[in-house]
Design a protein around this ligand. Sequence first.
Ligand code: G3P
Length: 224
Amino acid sequence: MKILIDDANIESIKELYAVYPVDGVTTNPTILKKAGRPPYEVLKEIRAFIGYNDLHVQVVGDTPDIMLQEAARIHKELGSYTFIKVPTTPEGLQVMRAIKNAGGRVTATAIYTPMQLFWAAKAGADYAAPYVNRIDNLSGNGIASVQTMQDILENHGFMTKILGASFKNVQQVQALAAYGCAAATVSPDVLHQMLKNDSVTLAVQAFVDDFHSLAGEGRSMADI
Ligand code: G3P
């Protein structure tokens, strides 16, 4: 399962890359607003840092023509292998098909229902991004919805892969991993929660304390 960072803060991305074997970065207009810098300035920095890892950048235009112009500019600035995130709307479906026909890579985004995903898959999207937590907040069941989406993709032999998005806790990511979803994009705070908990900290500390009482304070296996 690919794990991407759902953030545009370059310092935070660098910190996470130093620790986790992650696979790329996703952004959206809200994430870029949070970064508070000119979009292409920050996106170019991210691209330079992550190299050929996956980078997903969203279009905002309200017509297919404008979205296609945005896609062309994103490709020019950030490389033609950059995934263009396109909202899964009637206009967006036209854009997805045009980008795929021209050989580009597409991530269908803002997916709340399995049938939205179905049409994104038929339009040839490489990834489809369902919003797990936002579905929960609409009184739906985000995890169950994504499982249905994964079933649809597998049962029909679509090449489209799930890129789970909008996670508010580790359990939501874990459920998608257990179900075999191809990718998830996770905010830095949820990512950190995956390895950090009091039980792990206490277990590690108990081992260190035992070793120090055996071999002397401050000693390690390297200097005894
Ligand atoms: O990238 C889109 C998605 O991750 C949105 O997440 O936290 O705004 O629901 P959120």
